[in-house]
Design a protein around this ligand. Structure first.
Ligand code: NAD
Length: 307
């Protein structure tokens, strides 16, 4: 798995295929997608065009998708994966993650796909009693069938992950989590890495991605691009604050999947491993931890997933 990839959350439909095509052209090989992002068709269009034009071969790409909360029931996992594979126009997925350790009531695909937080009754969140291991068992069979090359989880805390490890036949290859200087989670990362599981950081720029969602904490806190220590470290290395934020992860073997919006950002985010942060830089960044989580299931579903 490449250590730098391209994130596709919130890329608007009308620009998504072109953006993905440009990302391949710029050199990206890892693409982080999800059923919930509601743009897998367009991502698939961009990837197909890039392959048809000879920019890249399928085996050079590493495509991630995520099983949405509405499809955890064993009856629905493979059907949901089939929708993703059709949308992405791929006959296998490199890494399929359980998006959240939350099972919503199933919503038929023809009623609403992806279902988001809709559980069949207006705004009401309705849970389905599906243990994670039941979902995981089906994911394991999909690896055996060859539809998935590897499987993993996202937004799991240590306790849920330990429970899964206690009975998984195929261990999760990856944990994908929100990770930036304001939310560092060093114990979780250390334990996960010591157990041979790769970590992927999402929302590496902290509040930046959540401003357009009017997230109150994102609006209140200082943008990481303007935070004094980050700006100082960036100036000392003659790089941008964005590169400091990404290098801080990759230097610790944590993969990153930034969503650049412009050709300049796309290029910059791919070239982050051409310098190293020093011990003093790392110590200053460590002090920025505020335990501020921007992507919180308490807010979008009233569920204490992280508490
Ligand atoms: P991000 O941290 O990548 O930030 C994106 C924002 O930063 C955009 O506003 C963009 O214009 C800006 N930006 C990008 N590169 C820049 C640069 N070099 N300089 C200045 N500004 C720059 O945010 P994200 O999209 O939330 O996270 C990245 C990816 O992680 C997503 O696209 C998605 O694939 C994944 N993700 C996963 C989950 C999950 O639950 N598993 C949740 C959120 C995001």
């Amino acid at each position: 798995m490449p250590i730098i990839g391209y994130g596709t959350w919130k890329i608007p439909h009308n620009v998504c295929a072109d953006r993905v095509y440009q990302a391949v052209k710029s050199g990206y090989r890892l693409f982080d997608c999800a059923q919930d992002y509601a743009n897998e068709k367009e991502v698939g269009d961009g990837l197909k065009r890039a392959m048809d034009d000879g920019l890249v071969k399928r085996e050079e790409l590493f495509v991630i998708s995520k099983l949405w909360n509405s499809y955890h029931h064993p009856d629905n996992v493979e059907k949901a994966l089939d929708v993703t594979m059709k949308d992405l126009k791929l006959d296998y997925i490199d890494l399929f993650l359980i998006h959240f350790p939350i099972a919503f009531k199933f919503v038929p695909f023809e009623e609403k796909y992806p279902a988001g937080t809709y559980c069949g009754d207006g705004d009401k969140i309705i849970l389905e009693n599906v243990p994670i291991i039941d979902t995981w068992r089906v994911m394991e069979t999909l690896v055996e069938k060859g539809k998935l090359k590897s499987i993993g989880v996202s937004n799991f805390n240590g306790a849920v992950l330990m429970d899964l490890l206690s009975s998984a036949k195929i261990r999760p290859a990856v944990l994908q989590i929100e990770h930036h200087p304001y939310l560092q989670q060093p114990q979780l990362i250390k334990w996960v890495q010591n157990n041979g599981i790769k970590v992927i950081a999402y929302s590496s720029f902290g509040p930046q991605s959540f401003l357009e969602l009017k997230n109150p904490r994102a609006l209140e806190c200082k943008p990481l691009f303007e935070q004094e220590d980050i700006v100082r470290i960036a100036a000392a290395h003659n790089v941008s604050p964005a590169k400091v934020l990404l290098r801080w992860s990759t230097q610790n073997e944590i993969a990153v999947i930034p969503k650049g919006d412009t050709p300049e950002q796309l290029a910059q985010n791919l070239q982050v491993n051409d310098f190293d942060l020093g011990a003093e830089d790392l110590a200053a960044i460590e002090k920025l931890d505020r335990n501020i989580r921007f992507n919180d299931a308490w807010e979008f579903a009233g569920l204490p997933t992280f508490y």
